[in-house]
Design a protein around this ligand. Structure first.
Ligand SMILES: [Zn+2]
Length: 290
């Protein structure tokens, strides 16, 4: 099935106002006061030390991505406050801010979303300038985590990352439909399948992937790749039974529940009695047909 079919999205008017300001008061302030530009849209507040133009561009792009999140997922709830995104001009400033304000122990390799349960004003995506394409893709990835976790504080790891990878490459086409192009993960899937040999069905048994703790998931070399593939299959294959189960799975996740409970209970609610061997066979067939 063409990924663009069956999903449509209408733009909301993007109201941007640009103000000069300073970083929000979050924990202890950074050591040096920076001048920050701000752009506010319907759902986002973008802050950056770069310029107004970047703030406006990021806000417009993330409003589009937000409509894609809302269209693809079964949640009606909207975040209570504007979602905050902060973009630094350099990696050094990004590291300094994460350490001083968010108490990050080690420098983050790339963009990050900081989540604080029941303290939405403190939650924010923090990024730094890369090429425009990389910046926007990275922002869409982290903004998805921010949106999802504004609804479900601790989602199962595979679905949080699988969906973030899916939305990282989402674009709005000329007919205002959203299209998530097969990510570079498709190439990786094919390469890994070849490397593992013809007897392999999937890279990681699907039931294991969906049951892993965050730590177990992070130990697997193919966890991003297969999580993306599974999400892509659930959202775009023609197999209605699996799509229905995936929607029920997302709907079964609870806002304040620990990650272990969400991982176990959503699986029980939506995949009890599921034939995982059949799912793996269909997943491989689908990936090979893309
Ligand atoms: Zn992520």
């Amino acid at each position: 099935m063409n990924p663009s079919k069956g999903t449509s999205c209408f733009f909301v008017g993007v109201l941007c106002s640009v103000l000069l300001g300073f970083p929000g008061n979050l924990g202890s302030a950074p050591s040096r006061k920076e001048k920050f530009f701000t752009s506010r849209s319907v759902h986002y507040e973008i802050l950056s030390d770069v310029d107004e133009e970047l703030c406006r561009k990021a806000a417009a792009r993330l409003e589009q991505a937000f409509q894609c999140f809302r269209t693809a997922l079964p949640y009606q709830k909207s975040p209570h406050t504007r979602l905050k995104v902060r973009i630094f001009s350099t990696k050094e400033k990004f590291d300094e801010y994460n350490q001083s304000v968010h108490r990050a122990k080690d420098p983050h390799r790339s963009f990050v979303y900081h989540h604080y349960e029941r303290e939405s004003a403190k939650c924010e995506v923090v990024a730094f300038v890369k090429s425009e394409a990389e910046l926007m893709a990275g922002l869409q990835h982290e903004a998805f985590h921010q949106y999802f976790r504004s609804i479900i504080d601790y989602p199962p790891q595979w679905v949080n990352e699988g969906l973030a990878e899916y939305f990282e490459v989402v674009v709005i086409d000329e007919n205002r439909r959203f299209v998530s192009r097969p990510a570079p993960w498709l190439q990786k899937w094919r390469t890994e399948k070849k490397r593992l040999g013809s007897n392999t069905t999937v890279l990681i048994p699907v039931k294991d992937l969906m049951s892993f703790s965050k730590e177990e998931w992070e130990e697997q070399s193919n966890s991003y790749c297969e999580s993306w593939a599974l999400v892509y299959f659930f959202l775009h294959s023609d197999h209605a039974e699996w799509k229905k189960r995936f929607t029920a799975y997302l709907a079964a996740l609870k806002s304040g529940s620990p990650r272990e409970d969400n991982t176990r209970l959503a699986m029980k609610a939506a995949f009890t009695g599921a034939n995982f061997e059949e799912l793996e066979r269909l997943l491989v067939e689908f990936m090979e047909g893309l």
